[in-house]
Design a protein around this ligand. Sequence first.
Ligand code: NAD
Length: 433
Amino acid sequence: MEKIAIIGTGFVGVVTAAGLADLGHTVIGVDIDEAKIDRLRSGHVPFSEPKLEPLVRKGLYSGRLSFTAELNHALIDTTYIIVAVPTPPDKDGASDLSFVHAAIDAISAHPQQEVVIIVKSTVPVGCFKTLQARLDANDKRASLVSCPEFLAEGQAVSDFFSPSRTVVGANQAGVAERVAELFEGLPGARLICSNAETAQLIKYESNKQLAMRVASINDTAARCEAFGADVHEVAKGMGMDPRIGEHFLRAGIGYGGSCFSKDLAALTYTARMAGLPTGLLDAVAEQNEQQLRRVVAKIREMITPGQKVAVFGLAFKPLTSDVRSSRAIAVVQALMGDYTVIATDPVAAGDEARILLPGVELTDNPWRAAKGAHCAAFLTAWDEYRQISLELLQLQMARPAIFDGPGIFDPNKVVKAGFRYSGIGRPSRSPLA
Ligand code: NAD
C-alpha cells in the first residue's frame, strides 16, 4: 500500500481520496480552500453526493485519510501525487490550465526526490509537453501520468468501486502499469494502459459521444413533436438494437453540468488548432443551444408575461447539488426578466444557485414553489418529482399547466388530472373540456 497525496479536494478529489483510502492506501487531500478542508476534516462533504460522507468518515476514523491546506506537508515522503484541480474553459473554449500549472509548479518547488504525478484533471491532448517543460525548468524528476476520471456525479462512489474502465496513460515505460496497481482491488475493472495522448483522448471522445447522443435524441424529439410521434417510444425502439443500446437516449432539456460543454469546447479548440475539421463537434454544441431556446419557447407558450412560473429542479441532474452549467439554471435565467419565477430543488436551491439567479426566490419546499403558479416547469428528473401528487399540485396552483422537460410524467395521467401538458418529443395536450 502506498502514500498518496491528492491536490484539489473537489468532486473528483474527495471521491478519489476516500476511495483509495478505503482500498488501504494512506491518502492526504490538499486544497487551497481552507474552509473546504476544515469541513472535510470534521467529516462533512461540502456538496451533496450519495454515500460519500460515510466513506469520508470511515477513512478519517481509520487514520488512512486526512486533509490539509499545507501542500508541503502533504508531499512529505509521498511518491504518488494525484492532480484533481479544475480545468475551466477560457473565452476561446480552450482548457484553462492555470490551476494545473500552479499545482505542477508547487510540486516542482518541493524537495521530494522523485515523484509520479497522476493527472486526473481533464487536460487537452498533448499538454504533457508543456507540463514536462515546466518540470524540466525546475530540474524536477517526475513521471507524468494521465489517469482521466469517468465518475458520474450522483453515483460517483459506486463508479469509484465499480468503474466501467480504468485508463492509465504514460509515455515512459512501466509507469502506467505501476500507477494501475494503485487501483488493484477494484472488482471487474477493465484496464487500459496506453500512452498519455491516448488516455487523454479517451476522456474527451467519451464525453463527445455522450453529448452527441443527448443532442441526437433531442434532435429526434423535434421531429417526434412535428409528426405526432412519442420520443420515448422511438428511443425505446432504437435502443433495443444492440448496436445502438438504450443508454443516454433520453430526450430532455439538453446536456449540462461542469464537463460536457467545457470538454466539447476544449476538444473543438484542440482540433481547430491542429487544422482538423470540427463540423460534427460544432453541430452537437449548436443543437444543445437550440434545445435551450426550444425549452424556453415552450414554457413561454404556456404563460403570459408577469405570471408566475414554479421551476422544479435546479441541479444539472438528480442526486447532486451541482448547478455548474446546469440547463435548468439557464432556463430560469432566460425567464426571470419577464415572469415571476420561484424555483425549488431538494438540495440545489442554496448559495451557488442564489448567486446565479439574483432576485429569484429559491426554496427546497415544492409546495411553497407551486403556490399561486400559472405553470409548473419540471427541469430536473428528481425521483421526488415523479412521485408528486398531481391532485395536491393542482390545488396549490393558480392554473394547472405542466411543462415536463425531463419526461418524468405520463402525459395521459397529467391531462387526466386536469393539467395542460407540454413536454419534449411528445405532442402538447390539454385536458378534455
Ligand atoms: P472542483 O472545482 O469541484 O474541485 C477542484 C478543487 O481544486 C477545488 O476545491 C479547488 O479549490 C482546488 N484547487 C484549485 N487549485 C488548487 C491548487 N493549486 N492546490 C490545491 N487545490 C487547488 O472540480 P472537479 O469537479 O473535482 O473537477 C476537477 C477536474 O476533474 C476537472 O478537470 C474536471 O473536468 C475533471 N472531471 C470532473 C468530473 C465531475 O463530475 N466533476 C468528472 C470527470 C472529470
